[in-house]
Design a protein around this ligand. Structure first.
Ligand code: 5GP
Length: 193
């Protein structure tokens, strides 16, 4: 998506060769006008997928998911990060490895908010190694709901996550896919949509 690629080039920064900082417009300061266009594009791509709920992970995904949800007219549920595994039986839980903080944490979703009749669209800001998205997939699978697909703002196409998720037969739509990046610049993979 050209609008997002342009924002990444103009307002993003590559840190230490492997982290793309997009805090000027996506996950700290938020450019709501731009994110609104991302939400519109996710809806265009998944309009016929029968989405009944959007699932994301705190914190960066929440704003993007909420704006996207307005196009679908469905609720947003976000997986909460927690220090300790809650075993009271009322929650679905899985473990995620944080790409940016390099540590493991449990994420939970209340069983009340994912029903077997739901068709869930997963939304997140980045797809890198796939841990966050695979965690969300696990939560949906535990609930018995079905997965409509995953909408990702920025996929690191050179990392393993995209293949790990697509090999499960899950449709992943990334609005910008980075083929390579370093201190000298960012190269995008072709957009096939
Ligand atoms: P994964 O679990 O796929 O390895 O990484 C996805 C998660 O890590 C996203 O939820 C995102 O918050 C964070 N992440 C991964 N790569 C980057 C990056 O280059 N920049 C930023 N800002 N976050 C990233």
């Amino acid at each position: 998506m050209q609008l997002l690629e342009q924002a990444i080039l103009e307002r993003g920064r590559v840190k230490d060769g492997e982290v793309l900082k997009v805090d000027a417009f996506l996950n700290h300061q938020m450019d709501v006008g731009l994110i609104n266009e991302l939400g519109r594009e996710f809806h265009r791509r998944f309009a016929d997928a029968g989405v009944t709920k959007i699932l994301t992970i705190e914190a960066s995904g929440i704003g993007i998911a909420c704006i996207t949800a307005q196009y679908f007219g469905v609720p947003v549920v976000f997986a909460k990060k927690t220090q300790s595994r809650n075993i009271d039986g009322e929650v679905l839980t899985t473990q995620v490895t944080s790409f940016t903080h390099q540590r493991n944490y449990d994420v939970i979703v209340s069983k009340r908010f994912l029903d077997p009749s739901d068709r869930v669209l997963l939304i997140d800001d980045f797809l890198a190694k796939g841990s966050a998205l695979l965690g969300l997939i696990s939560l949906v699978q535990q609930s018995g709901a079905s997965i409509a697909g995953a909408g990702i703002c920025i996929e690191k196409g050179f990392d393993v996550g995209g293949q790990a998720v697509r090999s499960q037969g899950i449709r992943v739509e990334s609005l910008a896919t980075i083929a390579s990046m370093d201190a000298n610049g960012i190269v995008f993979a072709p957009d096939h949509t």
